[in-house]
Design a protein around this ligand. Sequence first.
Ligand code: ADP
Ligand code: ASP
Ligand code: MG
Length: 471
Amino acid sequence: MKFGGTSVADPDAVTRLIGIVRRQLATQVSDTSQTRVRLVSDTCQTPVVVVSALSGVTDAMIDVTRLAEEGDGEQAAIALRALRERHVSVASAVTRQSRDTVLAAVRAEFEELTGLVHALAVLREVSPRSLDAVIATGEVLSSRIVAAALADQGIPSAWVDARRVLVTDAEHTVASPEMIATCERTRELIAPVTKSGQVAVLGGFIGATASGVTTTLGRGGSDYSASIVGACLGVSEIQIWTDVDGMLTADPRVVPLPRLVPQLSFAEASELAYFGAKVLHPSTILPAVGKNIPVRILNSHRPESPGTVITADGHPANGQLTAIACKRNVTVIDITSTRMLMAHGFLRRLFEVFERFKTAVDVVTTSEVSVSVTVDDTRRLDAIIDNLRNFAEVSSEPEMAIISAVGENLRSDPTLFGRAVTSLQRIPLRLVSQAAGRRNITFVLRDADLPSAMGQLHETFFEQRAITKTR
Ligand code: ADP
Ligand code: ASP
Ligand code: MG
């Protein structure tokens, strides 16, 4: 059971979380005793709870590191004091018997963090490794508070240090898990807790290298932590508790009234997450696919609503598209060279440049003499363009956006492609692509055109369907 930042934001949210865990525990205990369908495997008798930092805390800690980098130790310390007060106030509100212990732990974490940030401000230097050490504190704190709050409410629970469980490589801020080592640690450190009937509580997003240096999995990575631990334990369901009803037909920040998607396939969910459906970290599905574990997205504000269930097969939506995702602020790079004409080895040379600068490419289209790609990480853009210019003409265009229209039905119904393109006829499209899997159509367009393009597509595929249904 993974609870995102807004699901642990304040005392009310933590109280809701406790209610949700209590209900889950009751279901599992009664199901197990009646040997009905069991929600957990033999190795996992109670739910494991994975939490994000309290909402806004990771951003606030990143701001603290910026102040430190500018040498403004004083403002950094002021910001840290405000963060400490927020954690102390939430921890005090959700505990009684264990209050002193949890407050001591919170204060100790902040003491260590304040020392670290002071040192960074003196040096005016924040490496990715130091950044990880700072921001990991957010999940350490929230998980300690939630573990104490559960115990206080009579739910046997144990805090587990996620940095001892998730073993990762040393790519700080975007570390990848080492699954074999992580599963070993999960068996050592989490399985005994659940077997003894306690709820294990750990922070998402954070891990450590094999030698114990703190790392993080990339923004939004708590979902990924939950699915990694779930896969290692062989649980029968991974629940992502968040602030919306489930996967919606579009990003609610772009389209005013998206609908709930009740069922999705793993492949559809991966595409949507990769192309901007922030409700799931793009890697979440990966560990679940390996073990064929359903992933359920649920709303912690409305625990009774059914949510979205993601399984291997999903359930194609009424002969329609399943959902549309969008990714804003991407850059298109056009690479043109007559040397590409009839030549082999050109694409290898081109993509080697992106590999060398560790920059992922999202969409690729090619013509006889040109290749266009999109990137959203522009930190090394200048170096990439310089290197590409050694063998091609290069131009780039910022402030672009990607729309990905996703649906298993795209494979069987060729008219969906035509309807999607027609619905965008008034909007200049920069690139269009459909991959071999034919589960998505990708459009690249100006970011300024994104809201109207999303609106048109959503109306065509989701709003008209509803109108027909109600007639
Ligand atoms: P959490 O803190 O629980 O991990 P996130 O903010 O990371 O929550 O993800 C939930 C948010 O994702 C929603 O509030 C919503 O604004 C955004 N979102 C973007 N696209 C979608 C989508 N297709 N379906 C649902 N939510 C989406
Ligand atoms: N707290 C981290 C972030 O804000 C991880 C997460 O929320 O999943 O990115
Ligand atoms: Mg998230």
